[in-house]
Structure formats: structure tokens, C-alpha cells
Design a protein around this ligand. Structure first.
Ligand code: SF4
Length: 294
């Protein structure tokens, strides 16, 4: 198998077959991200993809989950994605194809293109929205706005494509996460992802946000604030959605279906916040500051 860059995927997809289709991210500018710092964006040759699919088909011919790997493969031209889908289906016909998209990738595709790609096999798109708060999106150089999130996700919905979103807690900084969570809940209530993956910020060396933190321009949130942010977000979301929060940066793993389990998770988060000791805070902070990637 050819892996010329890191394989970044949600925890929920660790059991997928990973096929590299791009290396790096077209944007590569978010101030908190170092995933692809040393990996300029490039497209994997189709011959390489086919070779890897042949190998995967020998090992796992009935694979049900396949991950088209790269920072944001949905940025690729639709014709190229169509060729990739045909290859994936030739060698792993039972595999549901999942991949990452940036919000601006969604804006560049038409609903018809999205529908076609879904029919060809790109059925499940993971959108790293991170936040629905324009101040946060702008400060972290995400390259899109909350209105763009709405526009892009509504196109996926119109095309009938299943999609998930990722929320990155802590990005607003100390004292600002409550307001930021409320703004994000308002955005999420206007769209219909089938899952939200909750993660929380680890400041990573080599990133702009790390430098801002070192120079005091960015205040890292406390552990209590991280959970308080999740409590605000989940406590204000009205839509049907499965929420998964068990990533390497989260101190409290959980998975809940909203709105049915809203009171349950709000109570559990409250109990966790109330029971948190200063010693635990310090231990979590040390663990996070030792992270070089997530
Ligand atoms: S967070 Fe995502 S979009 Fe931003 S630079 Fe990293 S991989 Fe690219």
C-alpha cells in the first residue's frame, strides 16, 4: 500500500480500508492544524490507487467501509472522483466510500455533481466544520463562514448525500466558548448531518495558534470550560443527530442520540464538571501539552 502522508480519519472509521487518493490538504492554512505541514497537496496517480485497491481486495474482498484518504479529497474535480469511485467499486464492490470535504469544496460542486458522485459511490462525506461562529472561523483562518457551512451542507442534503460534521471545541479561547457553542448550535439546527464528531483543541507545536498561545494572544480553555462548551452545545441543539465524543483529546468519552438523550448527557456533563479537581485539570493540561499531533 502507498501511504505518502499521514492517515487522518475520525475514530469511528478506524476499521476502514484506507486508500490514499490525495496527499495533504488544499487549504493547509488553519492556524491550529499541523497535520499536513510537510505534505504539500498532490493527487495520487490513478495507477497507484488501483494497485492499492488490488492489494486491499486480496486481503479484504468484502470490506464494508473504505476511506478515500487525504486532507480533503472531495476537492478533486468531479471527473477524477468519478474515476476513483469506479475503481473503488471494481475492487471493493461492497465498500461504502467515506472521505473528507472542506466546506469550500462543497460550495464548488453543484448539487447534480454531488448526486452523481453519490450514485457512483461517494456516499458519506465528513465535513470538518470545526465551529459555527464566524469570529472563530475567521481567527483560525478556516477560509469559510457560517453562511458557507449552511450553503454547502444544504447542497449535500439536496443531493441526498449522507454527511457528518466535526466540531472542534476550545477554538474560541478562554471565556468565549459558551457564546461560540450557542452560535454553532444555531447553525447545526438548520442542517441535518447524521452524526457530529466532537473533538477538542490540543495546541500543537509549529502552528500559528501555538505561537499565539505562547505569546499570550490566545488563552487556552480550561478542562471545565471544554465540558461546559459541550454542555451548552448539546443542550441547545434541537435536531435529530448522533453525537460521538471519544477522540484522543476528550477527557469524557460518550456517544448519545439527540434530542432523546439530551437531559441524560447534560446531567452527565454537569456531574463531571462539578466533580473535576484542580489536580485532574493539571494532569489533562500536561497530557495535552505533550501532544505533537492528534
Ligand atoms: S484543519 Fe483541515 S482544512 Fe484546515 S489545514 Fe488542517 S486538514 Fe486542512
Amino acid at each position: 500500500m502507498h501511504y505518502n502522508g499521514p492517515i487522518v480519519r475520525p475514530q469511528t472509521d478506524a476499521d476502514s480500508v484506507f486508500i490514499e487518493v490525495t496527499v495533504g490538504c488544499t487549504h493547509n492554512s488553519c492556524t491550529f492544524c499541523n497535520f499536513y505541514q510537510d505534505y504539500p497537496f498532490r493527487v495520487a496517480p490513478l495507477a497507484q490507487v488501483e494497485e492499492d485497491l488490488k492489494e486491499a481486495a486480496l486481503l479484504e474482498p468484502h470490506a464494508k467501509k473504505v476511506w478515500a484518504s487525504g486532507g480533503n479529497p472531495y476537492a478533486l474535480p468531479t471527473e477524477h472522483l468519478a474515476k476513483l469511485a469506479a475503481l473503488f467499486k471494481r475492487y471493493l464492490p461492497e465498500g461504502r466510500i467515506s472521505t473528507y470535504a472542506r466546506v469550500d469544496d462543497l460550495l464548488r460542486k453543484s448539487v447534480e455533481e454531488m448526486r452523481r458522485l453519490k450514485e457512483l459511490g461517494f456516499e458519506d462525506i465528513v465535513v470538518g466544520m470545526e465551529s459555527g461562529d464566524d469570529a472563530v472561523l475567521s481567527h483560525t483562518k478556516k477560509g469559510y463562514t457560517a453562511a458557507d457551512i449552511l450553503a454547502g451542507c444544504k447542497k449535500l442534503e439536496e443531493a441526498g448525500v449522507d454527511y457528518r460534521v466535526i466540531y472542534l471545541g476550545g477554538l474560541a479561547g478562554r471565556g468565549k466558548v459558551h457564546d461560540s457553542a450557542l452560535k454553532t448550535a444555531a447553525v447545526l439546527d438548520q442542517i441535518h448531518p447524521y452524526m457530529m464528531i466532537l473533538t477538542t483543541l490540543a495546541l500543537l507545536p509549529g502552528t500559528e495558534l501555538w505561537d499565539e498561545w505562547q505569546t499570550g494572544k490566545f488563552q487556552e480553555v480550561t478542562e471545565r470550560e471544554r465540558l461546559d462548551e459541550f454542555r451548552t452545545l448539546l443542550g441547545h441543539m434541537e435536531n435529530e443527530i448522533y453525537v460521538f465524543s471519544a477522540t484522543s483529546t476528550n477527557s469524557m468519552p460518550f456517544a448519545v442520540q439527540l434530542p432523546a438523550q439530551r437531559e441524560e448527557i447534560v446531567a452527565a456533563l454537569t456531574a463531571e464538571i462539578d466533580g473535576m479537581t484542580d489536580e485532574w485539570e493539571a494532569q489533562m493540561a500536561r497530557m495535552r501539552h505533550a501532544m505533537h499531533s492528534v
